[in-house]
Design a protein around this ligand. Structure first.
Ligand SMILES: [Mg+2]
Length: 386
């Protein structure tokens, strides 16, 4: 039930700062400090990462490229170069593996490391955190934020509070004083809906949440939901660090606070979700042979569609095009909006499979990208049917 795990754990969380944009600045130093925005092409592309200089204009990841251009007309808009990001992500992961075999990559630029039992070899977890925090920028030229805490929840919140470029250690005796002032929506598992209900009840900070009796939380959010919140407010999280496993499928889905009715918006979302799935595929070094989408309408009816590819791939534009193509086979019932969208891949094979697929050849991909940049997105319609 509601107990604190007796085993002392130390979990490290590494999060690269504005990763894609920082890689572009690394490779082109003349861009440093400028508003660099890595984004898909208009009219339907979305922002993958914005540099801190671009964020100052209000540009955020997930935002349509067109909107980012309005907010930041002098921004430097670049297409993503996943192969380069992956190369650097591997370098970063290699550093982490020197300290522990228990490394769980969450995406290309983020990972948990379980430091249990590494003390004899590498010294105290705090020393290891300091070392990693110094080594990553030194060996890759990229800035990272590092958090160290007694569990994943605290480690992630710690690195978040250290952004950009910092290191934050939360010792067990500091957990409550660290958590208390944070807004409740910072807690993992408190989504926009739960947060909105908590605000309605006057619960804004973790301290507020901690003062709500368990019985009341259960009556607000049900047995399970109430207990989960009770634990989060106390910084309790027993979830293990799961080292790279051979996943059977990967997916991303989002429930929208308001139903989507615009076709353009739905397509932009499918592309954004595809990008997130590709990011996970790169982190797990897999290619996929099957793409599927999930669409849930306002009345909760749910449809899925899937398609098999001729070759396994992890190419973002190809997978996004497949997801959008699948959506064109979905009939939207009259009057219904879309409340949930998901994009997933399955039939995964290790990325070392390396098929000679047209779209996977990075040189060709680069060439096609250049043509599209020069002559517009429609120049090669085969590439990204629209
Ligand atoms: Mg990051």
């Amino acid at each position: 039930m509601l107990t604190i795990s007796p085993r002392m754990r130390w979990i490290l969380h590494v999060d690269m700062d504005a990763f894609y944009a920082s890689v572009e600045e690394l490779d082109r130093p003349e861009l440093r400090g400028k508003p660099v925005i890595v984004a898909g092409p208009e009219p339907r592309g979305v922002v993958a990462t914005a540099s801190y200089a671009a964020r100052a204009f209000g540009v955020r990841s997930g935002m349509p490229t067109a909107q980012a251009k309005r907010l930041c007309p002098h921004g430097i808009f670049l297409p993503p170069r996943f192969d380069r990001y992956e190369e650097l992500a591997q370098k970063i992961r290699a550093i982490l593996y020197e300290y522990s075999p228990l490394v769980e990559p969450l995406s290309l630029d983020e990972a948990f490391v379980d430091l249990a039992g590494t003390e004899l070899l590498h010294g105290s977890p705090e020393k290891v955190a300091k070392e990693i925090h110094e080594r990553i920028p030194k060996e890759t030229g990229l800035s990272c934020s590092v958090g160290l805490g007694p569990n994943k929840l605290l480690a992630k919140l710690a690195s978040d509070s250290a952004k950009p470029g910092g290191l934050r250690v939360v010792r067990p005796e500091e957990v409550q004083s660290f958590l208390d002032p944070l807004p409740v929506e910072k807690l993992w598992g408190v989504g926009p809906k739960t947060a909105a209900r908590l605000w309605e009840k006057g619960v804004r900070t973790v301290r507020d949440l901690r003062e709500v009796p368990l019985g009341l939380l259960r009556s607000w959010f049900g047995q399970k939901g109430g207990e989960a919140l009770w634990q989060l407010a106390r910084g309790i999280d027993d979830s293990p660090v799961v080292p790279v496993r051979q996943a059977k499928s990967l997916s991303h889905e989002v429930t929208y606070p308001e139903d989507l009715f615009s076709r353009d918006q739905i397509i932009a979302e499918l592309r954004r979700l595809s990008l997130l799935v590709v990011d996970r595929m790169k982190a797990e070094r897999v290619l996929a042979k099957t793409v599927q989408i999930k669409v849930r309408f306002s009345d909760f009816t749910t449809v899925t569609r899937q398609t098999k590819l001729s070759e396994p791939t992890d190419h973002p534009l190809l997978l996004a095009a497949e997801a959008v193509g699948l959506f064109s086979r979905v009939a939207i019932p009259p009057g219904q909006g879309v409340r949930l969208l998901g994009v997933g891949v399955s039939d995964l094979v290790p990325a070392t499979f390396s098929p000679l697929h047209l779209f996977v050849d990075p040189k060709l991909a680069e060439a096609i990208r250049e043509v599209r940049e020069k002559f517009g997105p429609e120049a090669l319609s085969l590439w990204e049917p629209s």
